[in-house]
Design a protein around this ligand. Sequence first.
Ligand code: GDP
Length: 307
Amino acid sequence: MVLAQLGGSISRALQQMSNATIIDEKVLNDCLNEITRALLQADVQFKLVRDMQTNIKKIVNLDDLAAGHNKRKIIQQAIFNELCKILDPGKLAFTLKKGKPSVVMFVGLQGSGKTTRCTKYAYYHQKKGWKPALVCADTFRAGAFDQLKQNATKAKIPFYGRKSSSKCVEVVVIPKSDPVRIAVEGVERFKKENCDLIIVDTSGRHKQEAALFEEMRQVSEATKPDLVIFVMDSSIGQAAFDQAQAFKQSVAVGAVIVTKMDGHAKGGGALSAVAATKSPVIFIGTGEHMDEFEVFDVKPFVSRLLG
Ligand code: GDP
């Protein structure tokens, strides 16, 4: 279910409630059930939806509300606040400082949009006056380096990897496909070159294998990232929570980027990812192009969700 449809269902539920002459327990329950259905269909984790419903019922005590109160508005506000609460882990992502070398490590499953997002993240900061650089420590996926190289070259961002065939001066030949070594050498090189945002792209195998998590852990230990960003494909559905949690248990995830929010994207994954990692969503990916990358803002996102 795309965001617009989800918003439609919720708006409809609220509209039905506002059409009712008297807002009693039954009307409220019907409305909440309709919203629950919409959120579940949008892949918001069942536990989050159930907790939200319980909280709203606690907040909206119909018996206590005086006759003059606009109950529909109060209920609508309670739903809005609860959704905002789920998306707000209560802390900001680590703030990077321009001019001071920072290492940002990207993690996520293969196909989540990690490599695409690394360049967009670099490009976004480059436009704001940062000096970013990209390190390709994804030695598992054939083509990962070429993809990063292509994107980085287009955006004129220096990069480091292991392939020797490129004519680009930024490429360094490394005989072994050792992701930890590549990551460390890339980070050291760009620190010497005074880059202030060194982005490390890591492998993301097709499923949660122990080897992937061990590799990530080693890359993290060796490069000591200031921030680890978990990249999640918004269309992974109800699996979002478990996946995000598995990554969080291996490396210190401090922020989330939710990709593929365009087309068939579902909004629910964002809520699950925040709950599982206790980290904020910082950007959303809305397409493959360089500028299809938006800063995540809780309130507008929820407003859009509610239609
Ligand atoms: P990685 O394996 O995690 O590094 O994923 P990639 O960055 O290679 O992305 C996997 C595929 O998804 C590629 O074909 C990308 O072009 C595509 N992709 C990445 N981000 C988005 C997005 O926000 N929207 C859409 N529609 N496609 C995307």
